[in-house]
Design a protein around this ligand. Sequence first.
Ligand SMILES: Nc1nc2c(c(=O)[nH]1)N[C@@H](CN(C=O)c1ccc(C(=O)N[C@@H](CCC(=O)O)C(=O)O)cc1)CN2
Ligand SMILES: NCC(=O)N[C@@H]1O[C@H](COP(=O)([O-])[O-])[C@@H](O)[C@H]1O
Length: 219
Amino acid sequence: MSARPEKKRVAILISGRGSNMVSLIEAARAPDYPAEIVLVLSNRPDAAGLVRAREAGIPARAIDHKAFPDRAAFDAALQAELDAAGIELIVLAGFMRILTDAFVEAWAGRMINIHPSLLPLFKGTHTHERALDAGMRLHGCTVHYVVPELDAGPIVAQAAVPVLPGDDADTLSARVIVQEHRLYPAALALVAGGDAVLEGGRVRFTARARDAGAAILSL
Ligand SMILES: Nc1nc2c(c(=O)[nH]1)N[C@@H](CN(C=O)c1ccc(C(=O)N[C@@H](CCC(=O)O)C(=O)O)cc1)CN2
Ligand SMILES: NCC(=O)N[C@@H]1O[C@H](COP(=O)([O-])[O-])[C@@H](O)[C@H]1O
């Protein structure tokens, strides 16, 4: 019987409450999950997710971006923590800082993000309000590899939700976040397990991932 491949050592980067982080931590408890969450970092010392990570037994530290003269210095401090922990994959989960090109390129193919829209629609912020303003009947969330251009990286997986009559940004975001908590653990498993690989600017899925219908999760 072949030995199970080593779990990828993952750092989750947050800025806020960390609900996606909690979903990932819980998913990674499965013995056959291909990743282990070994570190949580936040650019905001007041992030509630730091407390939730520590409660889950995960080392969690704040690196306050305001304490650095520029983005490059902040990113270098991130890199030092990631190196010290032997991190192999970075998972951005509500991490609200734009990373420098140098940092992103150093982690090419090893850093993913979840965005609360069906990219390439509604890059940037305030996605739910913008989807409502645009009269969308479908909305959702996207897990993508991170590239220097904001929210433009190759897509790993998406989940869609209906926009219902009477929805406002709060009701819509509440529907989307439920799908985020399903999508992100599934997408990280694909990436950590080598079933969704960034190659030549596109995501190549293995036969196993294709058979699992991994790229799209239904309503
Ligand atoms: N180079 C990249 N960096 C980041 C990416 C990316 O795709 N390329 N994804 C983001 C996550 N994100 C949306 O998914 C996002 C994060 C932050 C911002 C933003 O405008 N940040 C402001 C500060 C906002 C704040 O502190 O509240 C900024 O950095 O000046 C937009 C989109 C993570 N990084
Ligand atoms: N542009 C990035 C972005 O907007 N990310 C979004 O921030 C929220 C974080 O919630 P969480 O801290 O509860 O996971 C999530 O909805 C995530 O999609």
